[in-house]
Design a protein around this ligand. Structure first.
Ligand code: FAD
Ligand code: SIN
Length: 514
């Protein structure tokens, strides 16, 4: 039975988004009182459902949180917030236990758990479920608990504004997409868990709901945002004309799959000592170079000789997707190319998930906690969702209130007023000008295009709101990327190809002008 709001119509907490961060936050918060979970599509939709590789936790033999921390810091290219990353890795064992108590069953090997390996991890520490259907397994378990429990769920309900009174959060303004009715839901604590923004790019691994809404919503409410120039491009998205976005997990390379040029050469050893398991930005750029050299839109992932693993058994979801397209993983190479995958930046939060607006929390991919620095270590993001969702709820329970301290170097920013004529225009613009390789010239051209977008009729539809948010997101990303005159982690500038610690060993923070 779900609890109605309290007698005055208020909820103890409102959670926006039903990926892993939102589902987990809603479940934990439901112990405190009535909780509303709103989500703009079905309960199960979000990036979480599509996650394949797994969730990192240093709980295997010969592993340690110190090694997990060291790998996280090394991947982040000089910008990881060490205190936050320590919280992340040290909380992992407890959050894995919580997930198991909520009904998630991780795969086992022999007597113990099975651990996969992914790029830039020195140990095999990635827990997975149902082979490569980790995200689907986690989503179903958590959604089942939510449906059985005390959380009020509103599907197809789009959060359109964070409501404020005297600068403090009082609730959420929303659009009921079924009826078109505008609604107000009241609560002194709002947790934004709206995920990433991969759908802002032409090529992505993300589902269409990932349009960066929460970043634009929080920014409009006065919250600081940061690290927006750091967008991770996953090297191996399936690439075939007309195919839907689909990831070919890095865990395949962890099991021995090899990238080959269209001419058949295993090219990665020429680019990095870790070859196919080099950091994602290195692999993605190497692939772009190979694709350019051969005038091809893809390279091949050869999974025909995995070390003692049958790809059909270990990766049933990927095998099924490929089989439907006439590709047999045991025999045929898979066409792959890089695609937008994960945003390291977002709404700036402290270790309790607090933003700089009192009562407004953020967790999951939307949050810029600092744990990923300029480049995320594989499988740390599912972990981040639960670690910081838990802490946000603990903070709400404490009744302490308050907000994260503002950053003294935060830059005031006034976004252009317009919106793109359609979603595809933003996607092309960001892919072309803010993709894997960027330049000052391209980024400036992107910003000029955004400034020229007129105030097109947007209406009160979900699509209309999303176009406006995409515009704000695109402008913030282009601005942050133009200012960062160096290359670091996922941000690569052809005109500044070196890392410049003297000028740029720092994070960029923005707040809304006025
Ligand atoms: P999401 O799961 O994206 O959920 C966001 C939710 O917010 C959705 O329910 C959406 O509908 C809702 N929403 C958005 N805007 C609004 C709005 N305005 N109003 C109401 N609702 C809204 N990470 C790993 O650690 N390991 C992996 O193996 C892994 N594999 C991945 C594979 C793929 C294909 C993808 C795309 C990502 C993968 N990642 C992986 C990254 C990871 O899955 C995500 O970072 C993580 O799941 C994000 O969870 P979340 O809860 O923050 O957001
Ligand atoms: C993958 O399975 O390759 C994705 C893992 C991640 O993004 O963390």
């Amino acid at each position: 039975m779900s609890d109605p709001p309290e007698a005055d119509g208020r909820y103890r907490a409102i959670v926006v988004g039903s990926g892993m961060a939102g589902l987990f936050a809603a479940l934990e918060a439901s112990a405190l009182g009535p909780v509303l979970l709103m989500t703009k599509a079905e309960l199960h939709e979000g990036s979480t459902r599509h996650a394949q590789g797994g969730i990192a936790a240093a709980i295997g033999p010969d592993d340690s949180t110190e090694q997990h921390l060291a790998d996280t810091i090394a991947a982040g290219a000089g910008l990881v917030d060490e205190e936050m990353a320590r919280i992340l890795v040290e909380s992992a064992p407890r959050r894995i236990r919580d997930l198991e108590q909520y009904g998630v069953s991780f795969d086992s090997a022999g007597e113990g758990r099975a651990f996969g390996r992914e790029g830039a991890h020195r140990n095999a520490r990635v827990l997975h479920a149902r082979g490569d259907r980790t995200g689907a397994a986690i989503t179903s378990a958590l959604a089942r608990q939510v449906e059985r429990g005390r959380v009020v769920v509103r599907e197809h309900t789009l959060a359109t504004d964070v409501l404020l009174e005297d600068g403090e959060t009082t609730g959420v303004h929303a659009l009921d997409q079924a009826t078109g009715a505008e609604q107000v839901f009241e609560s002194p604590a709002v947790i934004l868990a709206t995920g990433g923004a991969g759908a802002a790019f032409s090529h992505t691994t993300n589902p269409p709901v990932a349009t960066g809404d929460g970043i634009a919503l929080a920014f409009a409410a006065g919250a600081e945002v940061c690290d927006l120039e750091f967008y991770q491009f996953h090297p191996t998205a399936f690439r075939q004309e007309g195919a839907p976005p689909f990831l070919i997990s890095e865990a395949l390379r962890g099991e021995g799959a090899v990238l080959r040029s269209v001419g058949g050469e295993a090219f990665m050893p020429r680019y990095h000592e870790l070859a196919d398991l080099a950091p994602r930005d290195v692999v993605a750029r190497a692939m772009v170079a190979e694709m350019r050299a051969s005038a091809s839109d893809h390279v091949w992932l050869d999974c025909t000789a995995l070390g003692g693993v049958d790809p059909h058994e270990r990766f049933p979801g990927i095998a099924a997707f490929c089989r439907e397209r006439g590709i047999d993983l045991r025999r045929d190479p898979v066409p792959v190319a890089p695609a937008a995958h994960y945003i390291m930046g977002g709404v700036r939060t402290d270790s309790w998930g607090r933003t700089t607006v009192p009562g407004l929390y953020a967790c999951g991919e939307i949050a810029a906690t600092g744990v990923h620095g300029a480049n995320r270590l594989a499988s740390n993001s599912l972990l981040e969702t639960v670690v910081f969702a838990k802490r946000a709820v603990e903070h709400i329970a404490s009744g302490e209130g308050g907000a994260m301290a503002r950053c003294p170097e935060s830059a005031a920013f006034a976004p252009a007023e317009g919106a793109p004529p359609d979603h595809a225009t933003v996607q092309r613009l960001l892919w072309e000008h803010a993709g894997i390789e960027r330049s000052g010239e391209g980024l400036r051209a992107g910003l000029e295009a955004v400034a020229a977008w007129g105030d097109v009729e947007r209406g009160d539809s979900r699509e209309g709101h999303e176009r406006r948010w995409l515009s704000v997101f695109a402008e913030l990303l282009l601005t942050a990327a133009l200012r960062r005159e160096e290359s670091r982690g996922a941000h690569y500038r052809t005109d500044y190809p070196e890392r410049d610690d003297e000028r740029w060993a720092r994070r960029q923070v923005f707040h809304r002008d006025g």
